[in-house]
Write a protein of this length. Structure first.
Length: 433
């Protein structure tokens, strides 16, 4: 019965709005304050009564009332989505927060979350996630408002609840089910809404979750969960990519090896394939990522800096990852083809797009540059090998002709990767320039 009263008030609010003279712009969403009505008085009384329950016994009342309020918000947002004419998130926020019924429901949910924020907010946040799955995108304005009011809590608890759901449905998803995807999509959507204003908090929480997930006793699904989130949201991946790579020191890499080495071969293959996809679609920190991969893949015979030694399995895994990455890059570049007249431009490869600035010229078997810029080639994608490896290298300069030649065969085992990447980068550049 109470839900019906809120529904009737929303209907009345939208009818009043539709009766006003039409106009354009955000001001058209503003309504004069309505005169008090019997329906408004009932809503005020219901709010007062429900908030008194929350205040008196928060543990007993906050969770069920939060679920009721947020579910009703979702139902109303979906039911009337075609009747308000609001465009965009800001207009939706303005419209619904001016409606007394939806504003009251929002306040009830916020009070429930505030009452449990120090003890057990997961039930409230889980209700928010469940409703987002059912009623997005009409429910996005609720997510934006709640997330803006409790950013740190929503970010951390949404990730926590998403991980729990990922773990609960992991077996079904592995077997081919898709039960976990809707809630994962909701997690991505909520974090996406908060990213513009709370990007630093999201990055901090994602990095904390990653490193905590490697500690003994933590759930083994944490890293796969974060990888799935990154795959579904390139902006989230871009937010943390550079700092994540910088944090992959030998202790962390050894922890990752310890966590993943017992997995069956098919799961390891799937993880490598997923990592390759993530690297290819990420421009942020691409050069740093390439440096890290090749440095880590260096054989143990190469002089390494002092500190904790890498497990041999880490190097082997990195060699395997580099080989898979180069194969995928070659496929992406060669499958792009040359655009023909009337065809849309081929989709860029973000990883290679970011490296284009590191490839100073193009050609087959040689790199042509202006004589004054010959030294700048040492700042290209492969500069770190010259600085960090004792492997012999051979350079041939013909400055009068503007030519620079490099003998990859003299660079040891990594050469088989470098020459392939060199070929891919040059081909990509030649098709983009």
């Amino acid at each position: 019965h109470l839900a019906g009263l809120f529904d009737a008030h929303v209907c009345s609010h939208l009818r009043l709005r539709s009766e006003l003279p039409s106009s354009s712009g955000p001001s058209s969403l503003l309504l004069p304050s309505p005169a008090p009505s019997a329906l408004s008085e009932v809503i005020h009384e219901a709010q007062r009564l429900l908030l008194s329950f929350i205040k008196a016994k928060p543990k007993a009342w906050a969770s069920p009332l939060a679920a009721w309020a947020v579910e009703l918000l979702g139902q109303l947002s979906s039911k009337y989505s075609g009747r308000h004419g609001a465009r965009g998130l800001n207009e939706l926020l303005q419209l619904w927060m001016q409606c007394e019924a939806t504003r009251t429901l929002m306040d009830i949910y916020a009070q429930c979350l505030a009452a449990l924020i120090a003890s057990c907010p997961d039930a409230c946040v889980d209700a928010l996630l469940d409703t987002s799955v059912q009623h997005s995108p009409h429910f996005d304005w609720v997510v934006a408002h709640i997330g803006g009011s409790f950013p740190d809590t929503i970010i951390s608890r949404v990730l926590s609840c998403g991980l729990k759901d990922f773990c609960a449905h992991g077996d079904a998803a592995t077997a081919g089910g898709d039960k976990r995807v809707p809630k994962l999509a909701s997690v991505v959507g909520i974090l996406g809404h908060l990213a513009s204003r709370h990007g630093a908090s999201i990055k901090r929480e994602l990095l904390r979750m990653f490193h905590d997930g490697l500690a003994p006793g933590q759930h083994k699904a944490t890293v796969p969960f974060l990888l799935q989130l990154a795959l579904m949201s390139p902006p989230l991946l871009g937010t943390v990519a550079a700092e994540l790579v910088d944090s992959l020191k030998p202790p962390v890499l050894n922890q990752l090896h310890q966590r993943f080495s017992p997995l069956p071969r098919d799961e390891l293959d799937a993880t490598v394939a997923l990592l390759v996809r993530l690297i290819c679609q990420t421009a942020a920190g691409a050069y740093r990522t390439l440096q890290f991969l090749l440095d880590t893949a260096m054989p143990a015979s190469v002089i390494t800096p002092p500190g904790l030694a890498l497990h041999d399995g880490v190097r082997e895994a990195c060699v395997r990852l580099v080989a898979a990455l180069l194969l995928q890059l070659q496929k992406l570049v060669h499958n792009r083809g040359a655009p023909t007249l009337g065809d849309a431009s081929p989709r860029p490869v973000p990883f290679l797009e970011a490296l284009r600035g590191r490839v100073p010229a193009r050609g087959h078997g040689r790199v042509a540059v202006a004589p004054p810029r010959v030294r700048l080639l040492l700042l290209s994608v492969w500069e770190y090998l010259r600085e960090h490896s004792p492997l012999p290298q051979r350079f041939s300069f013909q400055p009068q002709r503007g030519l620079f030649r490099r003998d990859f065969a003299r660079e040891g085992d990594p050469a088989k990767y470098l020459v392939a990447l060199h070929s891919v980068c040059l081909l990509y550049t030649s098709r983009c320039v």
